[in-house]
Design a binder for this molecule. Structure first.
Ligand SMILES: Cc1cc2nc3c(=O)[nH]c(=O)nc-3n(C[C@H](O)[C@H](O)[C@H](O)COP(=O)(O)OP(=O)(O)OC[C@H]3O[C@@H](n4cnc5c(N)ncnc54)[C@H](O)[C@@H]3O)c2cc1C
Length: 410
């Protein structure tokens, strides 16, 4: 007989500390985020005092160690926080996601002692981070990036233009991927105040409007060797490993979005009376809600399971595959839940004041950023068909990505 104590806990089992943290974030989401979500969407900007409130709640440095001024939590705390915030506003959730799951995560995994002291302390103290990989000709084919880092003296000079950079308007620190001639991709930490760095206008977009998405131009930006994150020529490793966790962050945003949409739809199905009954009494309304609820549970379980894998230090492509599955499932259910919420609320669902049309707009980008759904399939298929070379896409640069398995697909 197996002792019950030997049975591993399910991925959806949270420790007491994790449950308490989730409840704290839910309270912040309800008090500070939800009441402002519609206005921030209309203004296409975050409320000016919101960032300070997020910082005070520990949300801008969730898994930064306490010695650097952070909250000292784990990756699971990051994921749960993004999920909770997304129930109130997916735009605020992605702002917090980029800060924690991308920029902080990259520093924790690849930063030197000095870099951690300087940059994690700054991020915990109110600084905002952005992750700059994509370019005009390097989207899904992210490793085809053309930004160069030319060695000069004891440092480098960066030239190029990054596109679609989330948090760029607010950012103090940019993690920039560039190509060092003959050495390969390299990650750099670039201060916003660096001479030659300019942030373009905000891109007007369909959803997550409160977050900024801008071009970032690097025009002869001088950096020292100390600004290299990880090793020269190993920026692909920094990018791929960071994006694995970044995908979990986006999956958390989408799971939270789906939960918010489902909650709104169920509440309306209980309240709205037609033909003398709450509409939730009719099978045509009940079953689609049940289906989305089942799909949401599957997506959340996969997200938590992949997050636990990351916490246990899984590597060798296991996390890449699990994160791709989580992000794909979450993006599907987010779009379906938001669409169902619009339909369940009827005319009110279509009206701005109903609140769920925003979720429908916010959901769409889940199938695009941090790797389109096809890029998630690519990562999953690379495992299924290991040894069978993929022929639909060539490697961006010979030697970068021989079988597609490591391709980040931002
Ligand atoms: C709101 C927003 C925020 C973003 N934030 C950031 C950020 O903070 N930092 C950052 O670096 N980037 C960011 N991005 C960029 C994002 O990661 C890219 O948009 C994404 O990777 C897709 O690239 P693309 O837009 O060039 O599309 P493309 O790569 O041109 O893809 C177009 C279509 O072609 C398909 N496709 C392409 N290649 C293949 C293939 N080999 N096989 C099958 N299908 C294929 C894709 O799946 C997609 O459907 C952001 C984008 C958006 C919209």
């Amino acid at each position: 007989m197996t002792d019950r104590q030997d049975i591993p806990r399910p991925a959806t089992w949270l420790t007491e500390a994790e449950r308490a943290w989730r409840a704290r974030v839910a309270a912040v989401a309800e008090k500070s985020v939800a009441p402002r979500a519609a206005a921030m969407d209309r203004a296409a900007a975050l409320a000016p005092d919101l960032v300070g409130e997020l910082r005070a709640a520990g949300l801008m440095a969730i898994h930064v160690p306490e010695r650097y001024g952070g909250r000292g939590g784990g990756l699971f705390d990051v994921i749960v926080a993004i999920e909770e915030l997304a129930q109130a506003d997916p735009a605020v959730a992605v702002f917090v996601d980029v800060q924690n799951a991308l920029v902080t995560q990259a520093l924790l995994s690849h930063g030197s002692g000095d870099q951690k002291r300087t940059h994690l302390t700054a991020l915990a103290g109110g600084g905002v981070g952005a992750f700059a990989l994509s370019e005009e000709l390097a989207g899904s084919d992210a490793l085809a990036l053309a930004t160069t880092a030319r060695p000069e003296g004891d440092g480098f000079v960066l030239d190029g233009t990054k596109r679609w950079i989330t948090n760029a308007a607010e950012a103090d620190l940019f993690l920039v991927l560039a190509r060092v001639p003959e050495r390969g991709l390299t990650a750099f930490l670039v201060d916003r105040r660096a001479d030659g760095l300019t942030v373009g206008d905000r891109t007007a977009k369909m959803g997550i409007r409160a977050t900024s998405t801008c071009e970032v131009r690097l025009d002869g930006v001088h950096l020292s060797r100390r600004d290299v994150l990880g090793a020269v020529g190993r920026g692909d490793v920094v990018a791929v490993q960071t994006l694995d966790v970044g995908k979990l962050g986006i999956a958390a945003q989408l799971v939270g979005l789906a939960q918010g949409a489902l909650t709104a739809a169920v509440a309306h199905a209980r309240d709205r009376v037609q033909f003398g009954q709450p509409i939730g009494a009719y099978q045509g309304v009940r079953f689609p809600l049940a289906r989305v609820s089942a799909e949401l549970e599957a997506a959340r379980t996969q997200l938590y399971s992949a997050t636990r894998l990351a916490e246990h230090g899984a590597g060798g492509g296991e996390l890449t595959r699990a994160a791709a599955v989580a992000k794909y499932l979450a993006s599907e259910v987010a779009e379906r839940a938001a669409s169902l919420a619009v339909e369940t609320l009827g005319g009110q669902g279509y009206a701005e004041a109903g609140g769920v049309e925003k979720l429908y707009r916010d959901a769409k980008v889940g199938k695009i950023y941090e790797g389109t759904s096809n890029m998630q399939f690519r990562a999953i298929a690379a495992h299924l068909l290991r040894g069978v070379p993929e022929h639909t896409a060539r490697a961006s640069h010979p030697g970068d990505d021989p079988d597609g398995a490591a391709h980040p697909g931002v």
